[in-house]
Ligand binder design. Sequence first.
Ligand code: PLP
Length: 371
Amino acid sequence: MTSCACGGRRRSSAPADSKRRWARRPGHKPNTAVAQAYYNKKEKVTRISTETGAGQWGSALSMACSFFGLQCKVYMVKVSYQQKPYRRIMMETWGAQVVPSPSPDTQAGKKILEEDPNSPGSLGIAISEAVEDAATREDTKYSLGSVLNHVLTHQTVIGLEAKKQLEKADDEADVVIGCAGGGSNFAGLSFPFAADKLSGKKKKLRIIAVEPSACPSLTKGKYVYDFGDTVGLTPLVKMHTLGHGFIPAPLHAGGLRYHGMAPLVCKLYADGVIEAAAVPQIATFQAALQFAKSEGIIPAPEAAHAIRVVIDEALACKKAGKRKTILFNLSGHGHFDLGAYEAFLAGKLQDFDYPAEKIAEALRGVPEVKA
Ligand SMILES: Cc1ncc(COP(=O)(O)O)c(C=O)c1O
């Protein structure tokens, strides 16, 4: 059985004994965007800067800022800006200013454009720009949509609600799966379940973070101190990293193109509490199509990474003749990702090789920190 959590309202039409159970919400990012905008407003901040990869975080924060009358500037990773014009328009509708990153608006962006005028951008670069924006203006604070502890904490509403829903259905998760870019939706779903694993209440529970094989920070990264952004403006954080200078291939899952991972997720991975898997782009879209056809929901390419592993786990159960409850997070819909679906349907989508050399080079740039 698969259960799907999106945080928020349950689909009331699903019968209690339905094979699949759902909770719906337009995506996970508003869980933290609204909280962050609210606290900024309380602190009398008038303007917020941020980055966005897939555009979901930028949309959520733009919406939240409009609720509280705050200005919002979004540095949107250039490849996503080009792939998803409607995401930009959505943010602009809520009153945000959106620029493609790297942009000429910051020193960080200018430097990267000088080195590579065709840079597709990355979350790391966009973070550098948004941090610099906030650091050079009195009226602005920087807001991050993933990675940091407070963001992960806001997102745990997803796992807490999913637990209640499973309780009501008199069921328990055996496997919990989420895609992981910076780690927030994965942590949000899985941490309340990880608590049961750590306390010994549910020792056999498996928790799996899924990332793209072209940007495999957990499965191939080093567990060291590194910068959260490309230029090196943030404090150092201990995490699995591909090196802050690593620019991932222009995957369609823009929200998973990040060189690092949330430190709390990394600690659980290092301690063996959670597992990680890396999946390629084409197999991910095959899973997305299978899901769309059977469930009627077109998933975001990020969420489709989790779906790939859900299907693989379900097939393994079938083969072994075992029945397991697999819980996963449908972290967003793919209505603004139809360009990617079009490419897949036309056979034009490509897999990117594991970028071993680029990662090795980027890892050489990781600062040495003596314990
Ligand atoms: C739909 C969706 N899922 C997942 C992610 C990855 O972010 P995180 O790992 O913080 O959940 C993003 C990020 O933009 C996203 O848009």
